[in-house]
Design a protein around this ligand. Structure first.
Ligand SMILES: [Zn+2]
Length: 309
């Protein structure tokens, strides 16, 4: 196996044999033009977790190739929806090895392709890849290590949320799709533990772990003067959270400018919205959004066919 084709493989994959080296090599070798023409992945009736309606929602999926494709789609969606720009990134916990995660090499999300996805340990060490990694990859490993329930993480510098990272006014969900951020959005100030002279970036695993401690059991943490980290049980849910959190922040700011009193969602409204059965990753409502975003981003061809189509 060539070095290139091995970049996404882990010893766990090889031992358990859930996916062949050849299929991984094929995925890694796809060029942008080939990606655009990629054949949809046929559903495997023997593999429930890899069913086409499943947006890699949990760690039971055994289809690493599908996971990598979804991660590319997530990168493109977040770029097209202006959640990330040249910087920012999205990862997912490795479907077969919870001690590893998948994340692109150091490349802007809008340009991420299948061959850019690299496997990392939770300490941020790449597996069989020597290309430059994201400096802030420690955000992802820190959160995965602290939160076994989390399978996808987004880090972004969205300007809409930044005011709330430096203000005494707390970011709250104020619109229905803002509910996914939860009732509490803590702010992590890197200076609290690492002093007044950092560059604000999460550039080592100690900082990643400290950020994860501030996130605690919440879904999103703001990073003072820097951005946010969002965490969710699935790739779809973290993309949804990262797309709607800036919109919610924008509306919140607009309401504050109007003057008067702003009414955030109640805890009951948040719980009802988040817990609604129609919004789980494998539902038609979720697929509708995922397909919409993917098509807008020009990567709908990477998605498997939708049931009933
Ligand atoms: Zn950053």
């Amino acid at each position: 196996m060539s070095k290139k084709s091995n970049r996404c493989a882990s010893p766990v994959i090889g031992r358990r044999g859930f996916i062949t080296a050849a299929s991984l090599a094929g995925a890694a070798a796809l060029t942008p033009s080939v990606v655009a023409e990629a054949m949809p992945i046929a559903p495997d009736p023997t593999n429930k977790a890899a069913a086409p309606s499943k947006l890699v929602a949990d760690a039971t999926s055994s289809d690493v190739e599908l996971a990598i494709r979804y991660l590319v789609v997530a990168n493109r969606i977040l770029a097209h929806e202006n959640v990330v720009d040249a910087y920012g990134h999205v990862s997912m916990r490795h479907p077969l090895n919870p001690e590893h995660y998948l994340l692109a090499r150091s490349r802007s999300p809008e340009q991420v392709e299948i061959g850019d996805i690299v496997e990392y340990t939770l300490d941020g060490e790449p597996i069989n890849d020597t290309r430059p990694p994201y400096l802030e990859r420690f955000i992802h490993g820190g959160i995965y290590a602290a939160r076994p329930d989390i399978h996808a993480v987004v880090h972004a510098h969205s300007k809409e949320v930044l005011p709330f990272s430096i203000s005494t006014i707390k970011l709250r969900p104020v619109i229905h799709d803002g509910a996914f951020m939860g009732a509490e959005v803590p702010v992590w100030d890197i200076a609290d533990k690492f002093g007044p002279d950092t560059n604000l970036l999460v550039s080592n695993i100690a900082q990643g772990r400290d950020l994860a401690r501030r996130l605690a059991g919440n879904s999103m943490v703001l990073m003072r003067g820097h951005g946010f980290a969002a965490a969710a049980p699935s790739l779809y849910e973290v993309v949804r959270l990262a797309v709607y959190a800036p919109k919610n922040a924008h509306v919140f700011q607009a309401a504050l400018l109007l003057g008067g009193k702003v009414k955030p969602l109640s805890k009951g409204e948040i719980a009802t919205r988040v817990g609604g059965p129609s919004l789980k990753p494998d539902t038609p409502a979720a697929m509708r959004a995922w397909e919409y975003w993917a098509r807008r981003a020009g990567v709908a061809d990477l998605l498997p066919p939708r049931p009933g189509k």
